[in-house]
Design a protein around this ligand. Sequence first.
Ligand code: ADP
Length: 463
Amino acid sequence: MKIWIYFVVYTIIVFVLLWFFQIMFLENFYQNMKISDVLEEGRFLAEQYVNDNISSEEYEQILNASSMKNDMCIEIIDKYTRSMYSKKAFGDCILHSRDNNLNRLVSEIKSSESGEILYRGVNRYSNIESFIYGRILSKNGKHYGYLFLNTPIEPVSSTVSIIKRQLMIITFILIMIAFIISIYVSKKIASPIVGITKSAKKLANGKYDVEFEGKGYLEAKELADTLTYAGKQISKVDTLQRDLIANVSHDLRTPLTMLKAYAEMIRDLSGNNPQKREEHLGIIIEETDRLTMLVNDMLDLSKLESGKQTLCCTEFEITEKMHDIIDRFKGVSEKMGYNIHFTPDEQRIVYCDIVKIEQVIYNLINNAINYTGKDKQVYVTQINLPDGVRIEVRDTGDGIEEDKIKLIFDKYYRSENHKREVIGTGLGLSIVKAILKMHNYDYGVNSVIGKGSVFWFTIKNKH
Ligand code: ADP
């Protein structure tokens, strides 16, 4: 349904409710008011009647004024039902001494406890619906007669009907105004959304640089900005993914070509030459390792990112573990001349998922070896802090530019100038980030161009 229809339906409901309650309560309210007026006036007139300080002329004046003011017929009869005063404010008042009704009313007053009666009835002469009030007139046990008041309800219903009509007109006018405002407002709300939807369709079709425009109001503008940002992010991921395919296929193709070439060489040339064959087989094994590493990294990351992995935390001694990990690089260190210096702190038991944290440390040292400077030095430091243990891995390489630091933890990001001899998948740091985030550990990089980088993270104490 269009948005303006909701507005109009809402307005109609509000007015119908308002109208309904107004009319219902108005009628009741008017009637209650009238009843209380009649009672008050009746009691007042009865009091004045028996007041010795008021002459009969004065009393006549009081009756006239009351009859005029309240639109009331007033009738006072003596105890023998003879008429004493009779004021007619409208038509033929219901009460008259000739009326047979009178005897009935008198006996009702007599039998009532309070000495007064009030009911609603229809004037049999004028057919006007009215309130009839009757009261005994007595003082100090002396019985003077009866007071009767008769006031039509007619003004109530006619007032209500006037108000009803007025309300109807007002309701109609307001609904029309609401209708116009609704169309205007809904257009204002809907038009940026229509524009945003159009742009979103373009985005869905792969046009990532589409600009979302949210004119008019703040929420639409915010939505548009968020979508533009989302578009940019998707575009970034898309570029990264493309780069990844290029990188990965390059990284896959190179070892595969080598594998094929060396396998062919063994078949055709070196098969019978044990020394050459060994050398070629060595290369085949190395290249296979390279492939395995790439595939393993991809699998690790996708497992970590699937959110299905849980932490399996245990307690262990960190310094010992660091020695273990560094020992695993012995082969590289000895063969290629790298030096890994470890500066431990005092023994400390930490509590975390040992397998995963091992992988973090391994990846960081691996990167440091890959990117360190010509001196081939890597420095690993354990620093015990009050709230945990900080591990730092420092190299003496080229360092990382400020704007690149934000990117290196992204999936598949690899610096453009990475060299073939630097074996990498662009996934190592993404795995590091995923594991540290799972543990909720702080991590970061401090890097100085030309001097090297320090990658660090803190294993928090067990709570
Ligand atoms: P890679 O397999 O390319 O090393 P990583 O995710 O481990 O993938 O690293 C992403 C990028 O971060 C690397 O390509 C490199 O540009 C940069 N990088 C990582 N470690 C270092 C380091 N110690 N010194 C300089 N640059 C680094």
